[in-house]
Design a protein around this ligand. Structure first.
Ligand SMILES: C[S@@+](CC[C@H](N)C(=O)[O-])C[C@H]1O[C@@H](n2cnc3c(N)ncnc32)[C@H](O)[C@@H]1O
Length: 301
């Protein structure tokens, strides 16, 4: 006969303690609307840890020995939904307007270093999509303005003298490993057209793998947006569908940090359901053909 396991009661004070701890650790805020998700994940972790109360679990999480379990809990609370070329109008704006403007500006200064950061990159579709868009934009640029020297063979996907540094970060180690592996199912590849597949992917069994040259461009790193130092001198930051899980105070703090991380005139992209409206005066909005971006304003301090 199957034995019924009765879930251990999570009291209101315990819930508050754990809610606050999660917020302090990663910025994710589980309000009433989303607290059932938090409760469900807490029940699961309590079972795995074989503890008999949520207060004991809280004590574990806040102890030195509980660091690994804390990371596990945070991984279990993240939503990793993503796709290749997500929000196409926004990426068109990135490729056709933003990138053109940055490349022109940098070329005039003979600065050929491009730095892009996908913050909350999930399983890698976002940084790989952007790296492909940059490579295509540069290839097209040199088709119109041929280089005064022969391209090395095999042809690099980022033509010299340009260098692309694509940083992809997330709070989940498990999801970063998926991105690093760069192996995607037919279903995940659905938004990728066949010319792009030919150029940047190889077929391995019934899956597709990102070609080595493209994979080498993307550097996956663990990074907690709430607590850790952010990279500086960045030209473009994508933080899409991440801040939606943070409360307003944390969103404001993060936008401020992004402003500091961007080069003068750099751009920030947020998710389609997110906006900087009412959160900052330090960016100007650019809206074109249903795509939105935010450019850092210099008068701000
Ligand atoms: C819904 S996915 C968005 C992925 C991608 N940016 C996109 O729009 O397709 C949100 C990602 O943010 C990550 N995340 C949540 N909180 C984070 C934090 N404090 N620091 C870094 N990454 C975080 C999650 O692990 C998850 O992979």
């Amino acid at each position: 006969m199957a034995t019924l396991t009765v879930p251990i009661e999570l009291t209101e004070p315990e819930l508050k303690l754990l809610q606050t701890l999660v917020y302090q650790e990663c910025g994710m805020f589980f309000d009433e609307r989303r607290s059932h998700f938090l409760k469900d994940r807490l029940q699961r972790r309590l079972k795995v840890c074989q503890l008999d109360s949520f207060y004991a679990y809280y004590r574990l999480l806040t102890s030195r020995e509980g660091k690994t379990e804390l990371a596990q809990l945070l991984e279990n609370l993240t939503v990793n939904e993503t796709s290749f070329f997500r929000n196409r109008p926004q990426l068109d704006l990135l490729q056709k307007t933003v990138l053109e403007e940055i490349l022109k500006r940098k070329q005039e200064r003979r600065d050929f270093h491009l730095r892009i950061w996908s913050a909350g990159c999930s399983s890698g579709q976002e940084p790989y999509s952007v790296a492909m868009l940059v490579a295509d934009a540069l290839a097209y640029y040199y088709l119109r303005n041929p280089l005064p020297f022969d391209m090395p063979v095999p042809k690099p996907i980022i033509p010299p003298p340009w260098k692309l540094e694509m940083v992809a970060s997330d709070i989940s180690y498990a999801i970063l490993r998926v991105g690093q592996q760069g192996l995607y199912t037919e279903q995940q590849m659905e938004p990728v057209d066949y010319t792009t597949r030919l150029r940047y992917f190889e077929k391995v069994g019934d899956k597709y793998t990102v070609k080595q040259q493209l994979r080498d461009l993307v550097q996956f790193d663990f990074h907690n947006l709430k607590t850790e130092f952010l990279p500086r001198r960045t030209d473009i930051i994508l933080c899409r569908n991440v801040m939606i899980y943070f409360d307003e105070a944390e969103q404001k703090r993060l936008i401020d940090k992004f402003w500091n991380c961007l080069n003068p005139g750099g751009y920030l992209f947020v998710g389609h359901a997110e906006s900087l409206f009412g959160l900052t005066q330090k960016f100007r909005m650019i809206h074109e053909n249903n795509g939105t971006a935010y450019q850092r304003l210099e008068a701000a301090t």
